[in-house]
Design a protein around this ligand. Structure first.
Ligand code: NA7
Length: 536
């Protein structure tokens, strides 16, 4: 198909995950002609791709679903406080059916390039199969954690058994009974995988480079009566999410760590360790993520828990992080994770002592040993926040390449717009408030939809960020990051990915201020008629 006879839309949305689905619904409501291009064969994004064993929410299910439709809230029952991936994928399919979304989605359609054409004020989008389409507006719904990265280890492609990245897990169930299994990586994904695989594998070997501070999830089923109660409290639940720092039900305690006696402190830590969800991380004393002395106390508390739960003292020490404090990287939530290491079929290999030298046809070779495996699981994470953008050839006004523009780190206006990339709007782009993701998605989608309506009502056809707007927003992002202990630590929060060229040094890759402050800033831009942006 030539560009001239390529189909033309009011808006193209890239991705049919939680952002893309809701954006499609909202734009249809504005009467726009929309096409969604989705690389997968079904809807769901993160919940479509991450089908690895044990994948589930770490946020309370009922704080995670969409809040925009009362009928949807009435219709859907969550079965667990922290729903497993198959349930969430069913939920998103239910949403797609309920709002009849599929007819505007092209599946198996990976976008490889998007070029701005100034003459017609349109984006021209190219798919992997070479076909094209164009639209006035291009909206990215490509996710902050959607570009999986494999480790750069010699021989990865030579392994003869089953090997798979967790975010590319096969649709057919994989059985571990009687199998020798390796898991590389101990982030939030690795921890969920390990505790599940350990239940049935003949032998599980965990290859850990950096231990993380994990805390109990305390999941439980939701009965019928409890779900009825939750449903009655939905307005209160979503109001609470709007008020808290990161849109979770939990938010920091107003007290500082040293405001209370050591006994009160210990009792508070103990209470949080015994409660479900992220409370111990984001509902802890106000200063644990900024004051090194406060952080040392909560780290010491969790270290003691690990020592109590892991029988072999040497293994326990290996599982206790030494190079970063509690909560300065994403806290994996776990269910009997530490007890896994008491099982006879589980072994922990510390890669700081004996690094992997190569993957072989039969397994993994470290500097100390040759291991034979039937299955190797790569829980090695993502090229976070900007990786999915880097994988598409975005060219803006005058041919500017987004990948080059962001080589030293992303630069955005309120995380949704980029100077010289007119009519490109990003949902969950770098520098938006993340936290409890669907809450941020709904805000971003509503904001973008309001902007598009505003433009249509005034006959405006071009919008982008101004350099001044970007500079001011980046200053806000820099200020919000001041004093956070997490900024002194290597993780995807600070833009580090050891498996990606150019991402070995820390950068300002995310907005770490509060969600209410973020929304207030974006609301002010809208209330002032988007005058801080370049509108034409
Ligand atoms: P993460 O949190 O980035 O974890 C990736 C893990 O893989 C981490 O333990 C890494 O060790 C390890 N890794 C990465 N590359 C290698 C190599 N080459 N060798 C050994 N080990 C390696 O990704 P997740 O998928 O767990 O979680 C991402 C987010 O998704 C999570 O925060 C949730 O919000 C959902 P390292 O720490 O780099 O030493």
């Amino acid at each position: 198909m030539t560009p001239d006879d390529a189909p033309d839309f009011d808006a193209i949305v890239i991705g049919a995950g939680m952002s893309g689905l809701y954006q499609l619904h909202r734009l249809r409501g504005l009467g726009m002609k929309v096409r969604v291009f989705e690389a997968g064969t079904g809807v769901g994004g993160t919940w479509y791709w991450n089908r690895y064993p044990g994948a589930r929410f770490d946020s309370e299910s009922y704080s995670y679903g969409y809040s925009f439709s009362k009928e949807l809230l009435e219709a859907w029952d969550w079965s667990e406080h922290f729903a497993p991936q198959p349930e969430t994928l069913r939920y998103l399919n239910h949403v797609a059916d309920r709002f009849d979304l599929r007819r505007d989605i092209s599946f198996s359609s990976r976008v490889t390039a998007a070029h701005w054409r100034e003459e017609g004020r349109r984006w021209e989008v190219t798919l992997e199969d070479g076909s094209r389409a164009s639209a006035r507006f291009l909206i990215t719904a490509i996710g902050p954690l959607s570009a999986p990265t494999m480790p750069r280890i010699e021989g990865v492609e030579t392994f003869r058994g089953l090997s798979c990245h967790t975010a590319r897990w096969p649709k057919e169930p994989v059985r571990f009974e009687g199998k020798r299994v390796a898991v590389i990586g101990t982030g939030a994904t690795g921890v969920q995988t390990i505790q599940e695989v350990a239940k049935t594998a003949k032998q599980l070997t965990v290859f850990q480079r950096t231990p993380n501070w994990c805390a109990p999830l305390h999941n439980a089923p939701i009965g019928r009566a409890e779900m009825t109660g939750i449903r009655a409290r939905y307005p209160e639940i979503f109001r609470r999410c709007q008020e808290t720092f990161a849109c979770f039900l939990h938010t920091a305690d107003p007290r500082n760590t040293f405001d209370v006696t050591p006994e009160e402190r210990e009792a508070f830590f103990e209470k949080l360790y015994g409660e479900p969800g992220f409370g111990i991380w984001v509902g802890n004393f106000n200063d644990i993520l900024t004051n090194p002395e406060a952080n040392a106390l909560i780290s010491d508390f969790v270290a003691r828990k690990i020592r109590q739960r892991v029988k072999d003292p040497k293994t326990a020490e290996k599982l206790i992080p030494k190079n970063h404090g509690f909560g300065t990287r994403r806290v994996p939530l776990e269910t009997r994770y530490y007890e896994v290491y008491n099982q006879a079929n589980v072994e922990l290999v510390d890669l700081t002592e004996t690094p992997i030298e190569r993957i072989t046809p039969s397994g993994i070779e470290t500097t100390a040993r040759d291991f034979c495996f039937d299955i190797i699981v790569y829980a090695t994470g993502f090229d976070a926040l900007t990786g999915a953008f880097d994988r598409i050839d975005f060219r803006g006004a005058g041919g500017a390449r987004l990948r080059d523009r962001w080589a030293e780190g992303a630069e955005t206006f309120i995380g949704m717009s980029v100077a010289d990339f007119p009519n490109l709007l990003m949902l969950l782009g770098p520098h938006t408030a993340l936290g409890n993701i669907p809450r941020s998605i709904e805000y971003n989608v509503d904001w973008v939809s309001d902007l598009l309506r505003f433009m249509r009502e005034r006959g405006l056809t071009r919008v982008d960020a101004t350099p001044q707007g970007v500079e001011a927003w980046m200053e806000t992002v820099r200020e919000a990051a001041q004093g956070l202990l997490s900024n002194e630590v290597n993780s995807w929060f600070t833009g580090i990915n050891s498996n990606v060229d150019g991402k070995q040094t820390r950068r300002l890759s995310r907005y770490s201020g509060s969600a209410p402050a973020y929304r207030a800033r974006c609301d002010a831009v809208a209330a002032a008629g988007y005058r801080e942006m370049a509108l034409d």
